[in-house]
Design a protein around this ligand. Sequence first.
Ligand code: ZN
Ligand code: ZN
Length: 252
Amino acid sequence: MQLRVLGCSGGIGGVARTTSFLLGDRVLVDAGTGVGDLPLDALCGIDHVFLTHAHFDHIACLPMLLDTVIGARRQPVTVHALPETIATLQVHVFNWQLWPDFSVIPDADNGVLRWAPIAVGESCDLDGLRMTALPAQHTVPALGYLFETADGAMAFSGDSADCPAFWGALGRVERLRALIIETAFSNREAGLARVSQHYAPETLLPALARIDPSVDVWLTHLKPLDASCIVAEARNGVHRIAALNGGQTLDF
Ligand SMILES: [Zn+2]
Ligand SMILES: [Zn+2]
């Protein structure tokens, strides 16, 4: 299975795109601005979207994705998320004011959007890919995800401050090859990281000590102005640690 990074930045500008990963051809994880770079046939082939949380940088392209593919879809696009995330998007986005309610378009029995609530610890099996919701700690209800195939596993933190339950869950994963972990802020902005519930290197490094040195660590959601500083501060001399890049592919 291949993960393609459509977006992994904590902001916009130039080539920066916000969080979205494509797993194989059919599964999207988050729907940030990177989705807009996909060609039309790839957009029409997306069957499942797994959301980490409702923040705008992770859902910005979901409304326009549904609007774009509606004429080409025989089956709905299933959007998996926490019930609280679904409720937020129903009330604040798909409310006929900010955007139409695509769960009842083209008609009430046949919407192009199908909501699928998921809870921490629950898994969803899709043609050889198992998606499991992992705990996260953020300013709104949020998830990480574990992606597993017969060959190996990869974990993604979503947006999170330090979350002991996330690291505990990783400790039970066999064949974990890589971890995509958000590190939005540098240490000089650790106060901002604290109030917005993100990692900075000073909170990430003690947590990383809990995972095996063989696991590759990819940093994501870096604030564009501080990206190189964050990467330098996050090196621990134990793990292979590098910044994730837009357009990059990872196999697992
Ligand atoms: Zn967030
Ligand atoms: Zn975010």
